[in-house]
Write a protein that binds this ligand. Structure first.
Ligand code: B12
Length: 210
């Protein structure tokens, strides 16, 4: 664990923010800073599981991470060029975690994608409606809770039932989401971080333009 990750896991708000400012000033890759903070958040989660931390500590960690995101946002670099495509994104039904989703959105936007953010605890039908309204070809679903895995599948199924499954590519992500979950849900791809989301979106667009 890096110093930054450790400071975040220890909920040292001021020290985390000062360290992030210093690392940005020193020219460190903002995505690396996010990754180190994400590892710190994982440790927060483990401490919560071991009952060393309570929900209030999760809330505190989220508040610190949000400030880190604000510091980092202006430093995220994208690609030149006009709009690349539309992405509908939201957190799965039953799940209110949105920090990772918001980082994914920031990265997609600075790479030229138009993002329709449906927020958290999103009903499957809402994803379908948003795709129909916007004409987006890419859907992203964030999921941090294992109990919300069925909601991922329900969301993919909603596209099948609406008869438009072949018009969209669906990527999923979030700490507990892996290839197995992707297979279970019937999604097209799983991405481990925000840059993976950008790369997947790029691949999806290539498929559409064939
Ligand atoms: C902060 C936090 C909270 C905050 C969230 C605040 C917010 N605005 O999001 C609050 C306090 C609200 C919260 C609540 C709860 N939480 Co919580 N939480 C966390 C914690 C510590 C960090 C999550 C986080 O923000 N990580 C940092 C971000 C940057 O990482 P990330 O989300 O993984 O996102 C990255 C990638 O995964 C990827 N990604 C994310 N989404 C997507 C989408 C796509 C399409 C792609 C391609 C990529 C991608 O890119 C991101 C950037 O790298 C995790 C621990 C953990 N291991 O994650 C627990 C954790 C997720 N929570 C947990 C639990 C149990 C809960 C509660 C049930 C607690 C309770 N008893 O009330 C509630 C659930 C409420 C609900 N209905 O959703 C458990 C879940 C366990 C499980 N088996 O499901 C965890 C794992 C903690 C633990 N180890 O026990 N939580």
């Amino acid at each position: 664990m890096t110093l930054l990750g450790q400071l975040l896991a220890d909920l040292q708000e001021e020290k985390v923010l000062n360290e992030v400012r210093a690392q940005l000033a020193a020219g460190k890759d903002p995505l690396q800073i996010i990754e180190e903070c994400r590892q710190g958040m994982q440790l927060v989660g483990e401490r919560f599981e071991q009952k060393e931390y309570f929900v209030s500590d999760l809330v505190m960690s989220a508040a610190i991470f949000s400030q880190v995101t604000e510091l980092i946002a202006p430093h995220l670099k994208g690609e030149a060029g006009g709009p690349k495509g539309k992405v509908v994104i939201g957190t799965a039904k039953g799940d209110i975690h949105d920090i990772g989703k918001n980082i994914v959105i920031a990265m997609l936007q600075c790479h030229g994608y138009e993002v329709i953010d449906l927020g958290v605890d999103v009903e499957p039908q809402k994803f379908v409606d948003a795709v129909r309204e916007s004409g987006a070809g890419i859907v992203g679903i964030s999921c941090l809770l294992t109990v919300a895995f069925p909601a991922l599948k329900e969301t993919v199924d909603a596209f099948v039932e609406a008869g438009i499954r072949d018009r969209v590519k669906i990527m999923i992500g979030g700490a507990p989401v892996n290839e197995k979950v992707k297979e279970y849900a019937g999604a097209d791809a799983v991405g481990r971080d925000a840059m993976a989301a950008v790369n997947l979106a790029r691949e999806f667009l290539k498929v559409f333009s064939k």
